[in-house]
Design a protein around this ligand. Structure first.
Ligand code: M6R
Length: 636
């Protein structure tokens, strides 16, 4: 069973407690992000729905404030949606058609009822996404003014700051607060004396406002509003929104009204739903062939890659003497593959950095450096900070992002949008594949521009890339075999992934996927490096997943597999169809379609994702919402 967003009751008199309870019980949905609603529907139902679709932003606690006839009613609870639903049933707040909601990924203050949002004062209630960096200083000042604090959060400080500034003009108070707050924020706010209006502001954290018929919204992201409307506004830095039923007003940071551009969402509601799959992650793994074609096809002209549609002319690719790829997590692993591809094909030196390290190593960046930033969400704080640093240093910045209008997309000099559609599971899968496809096309472009490839050679490679998309479908067909095999990992504690070259880069992603969702400790090792210390950890209780898809490295990789096999390791071998490998060195062999070595990561990653997915399901893990994580990491 999966939850239908379109089943939101339109009538305010519907028994929404029963509705919400049943839905949450069935779907075990969790909430995250910030949202505000005002209109003619039951606000609580809309808020719950919206928070459900924003689940990937964190799930340590949840809460809502409703504008009732008796004033603002706030209910919040540590943990997931179910806890809040139970509280709602007990509290039975009066019906309301205006409210705000929040789901939290804890930063300041542990996950608890007290630290959960909204944070309310007599004058207002507020939800927040981001971090207020100067909250300690502000807290001291407000304490001297007589304010007391119940929680340890930076958000309560922001709420009380706004309370201290509010004299009946919400826009003026919000604009003044902005000048005093340091850090990043998106707030949605209810003022007790401003019924039916939700106020919102953003600086550094994503926020949209949206209009439907006789109703309006603010939200962290587009999927939250898709069941109701497709028309939305991306708030610019410092902009303030005042939304009332069917009306949105936008102000600049000085409080002056400004015009805005209306965007239309192209993602369908179905794309943001599970579509009959048990988990979003499984759905997103299966969507990879389609997501790849969506990303690649519009960028092929005359058999060659072309980024003209992205506003990147062919001349752009000439003249870079260094490339720096910067990203976090899975996106960084796509960058690791990109680095090998670009160096191999274009013969340009490439570095690949973790964004949080890049910023602090004083990187050497010049006007001839291309800084390539990769991010699914386009909001990852460290990647965004790296982008800003690169721009300050005068480098050219090119971002590969999945979310249109995200901060990274807006601030980079050039943007290549991946067309994976919404990725909801915290564990990134289809976003990685489409990032890889862009890495291939960028490498091809650079190689032609630097004279390393002729147009005909490039055409051949582009055709091979499309064959690799087909190969991802064949890799998906290994699903049942993988599900059966990983039964042995049910109680496993440790595992190693081994590979060389592209297989090592790929292993890093396989290892992250497995540890992230199944909680098995695992590490990816360059196959030749293990014997320099780490091999002491290999015993018969520590299995190895050996990735050996590279013909040129096969003999060496097989020697390394023998080293672990002879120490008792249970080896799952992932190799290319037709590779001649002694059956003594593995316990199980999974074969990938025989592509050119260069393209093996595309089908390869599908197998690694399925290993992680089935292992996590088997171990009873919360696949889409692994503990301690958030989809979009907007803190440094
Ligand atoms: O949105 P981004 O691609 O910038 O996110 C970067 C990482 O947080 C992300 O790739 C993370 O490692 C994955 N969700 C893990 O599966």
């Amino acid at each position: 069973m999966f939850f239908k967003y379109l089943s939101v009751p339109a009538r305010p008199d519907e028994d929404f407690f029963t509705y919400i309870f049943c839905r949450a019980e069935k779907d075990r949905f969790i909430m995250c992000g910030i949202v505000g609603y005002t209109g003619s529907r039951q606000a609580a139902s809309v808020l719950f729905d919206a928070l459900s679709s924003l689940e990937y932003r964190g799930y340590d606690s949840a809460g809502i404030s409703l504008f009732t006839d008796a004033g603002i009613a706030t209910i919040k609870s540590q943990g997931r949606l179910q806890n809040l639903v139970e509280k709602m049933q007990q509290a039975q707040p009066a019906a309301a058609s205006c409210g705000i909601g929040h789901t939290r990924w804890a930063t300041h203050g542990e996950p608890s009822d007290l630290n959960a949002h909204p944070h309310a004062t007599e004058k207002l209630s507020l939800v927040h996404n981001g971090i207020i960096e100067n909250y300690q200083q502000l807290r001291q000042k407000l304490t001297m003014q007589g304010y007391t604090f119940l929680s340890r959060t930076d958000t309560e400080v922001a709420a009380k700051l706004l309370d201290s500034l509010y004299e009946g003009d919400p826009i003026a108070a919000i604009c003044k607060a902005q000048t005093l707050l340091e850090g990043s924020f998106a707030f949605a706010i209810l003022f007790a004396d401003q019924p039916q209006t939700v106020y919102a502001v953003r600086r550094g954290s994503p926020l949209i406002a949206a209009m439907g018929k006789q109703e309006s919204f603010v939200a962290s992201d587009v999927p939250a509003i898709l069941p109701y409307t497709r028309d939305y506004i991306l708030l610019e830095e410092g902009q303030v929104a005042a939304v009332s039923p069917g009306n949105v007003e936008i102000y600049n940071a000085e409080g002056e009204p400004v015009a805005f551009e209306l965007h239309t969402a192209t993602w369908s509601v179905e794309q943001a739903q599970k579509g009959g799959y048990d988990y979003f992650m499984r759905k997103e793994i299966c969507e990879q062939p389609e997501a790849l074609l969506h990303t690649i096809h519009p960028r092929i002209a005359d058999g060659l890659p072309s980024f003209e549609q992205d506003g990147i002319p062919d001349a752009f690719w000439k003249g870079f003497n260094r490339i720096s790829i910067v990203a976090c997590g899975t996106a960084m692993h796509a960058g690791m593959v990109g680095r090998i591809l670009i160096e191999r094909l274009a013969r340009i030196p490439v570095e690949c950095d973790i964004a949080s390290e890049f910023r602090y190593r004083n990187p050497i960046l010049t006007k001839d450096t291309l800084v390539l930033l990769i991010s699914q969400s386009g909001e990852t704080a460290d990647t965004l900070a790296a982008l800003r640093l690169a721009r300050q240093c005068g480098a050219t910045t090119l971002a590969v992002v999945n979310v249109t209008g995200s901060s990274i997309a807006r601030e980079a000099d050039y943007v290549i949008h991946t067309y994976a559609g919404p990725e909801i599971a915290v564990a990134s899968t289809k976003a990685y594949s489409v990032q890889l496809s862009v890495m291939y096309m960028v490498a091809f472009k650079l190689a032609v521009a630097s004279g390393q490839l002729t147009a005909d050679q490039c055409r051949t490679l582009t055709a091979s890339l499309l064959q690799a998309v087909d190969a991802t479908k064949q890799a998906l067909a290994l699903d049942a075999e993988i599900e059966g095999y990983v039964k042995r990992y049910k109680t496993l504690k440790d595992l190693f992934f081994l590979g060389r070259g592209l297989d090592y880069a790929l292993s890093m992603e396989g290892s992250l996927k497995l540890k992230e969702i199944s909680y098995i400790h695992c590490e990816a090792y360059a196959a030749g490096e293990l014997k320099h210390g780490t091999i002491s950890l290999i015993t018969e209780n520590v299995p190895v997943v050996a990735v050996a898809t590279q013909q040129a490295l096969l003999a060496k990789t097989v020697s390394n597999i023998k080293e672990v096999r002879s120490r008792g390791a249970d080896v799952l071998l992932i190799c290319k169809e037709g590779f001649d490998i002694d059956p003594e060195v593995y316990g199980k062999r999974l074969e990938l379609p025989a592509l050119d070595d260069l393209f093996m990561p595309l089908p390869g990653v599908v197998v690694l994702q399925l290993i992680a997915y089935h292992t996590a399901v088997l171990r009873g893990c919360d696949v889409d919402k692994p503990r301690n994580l958030a989809k979009s990491v907007t803190v440094e």
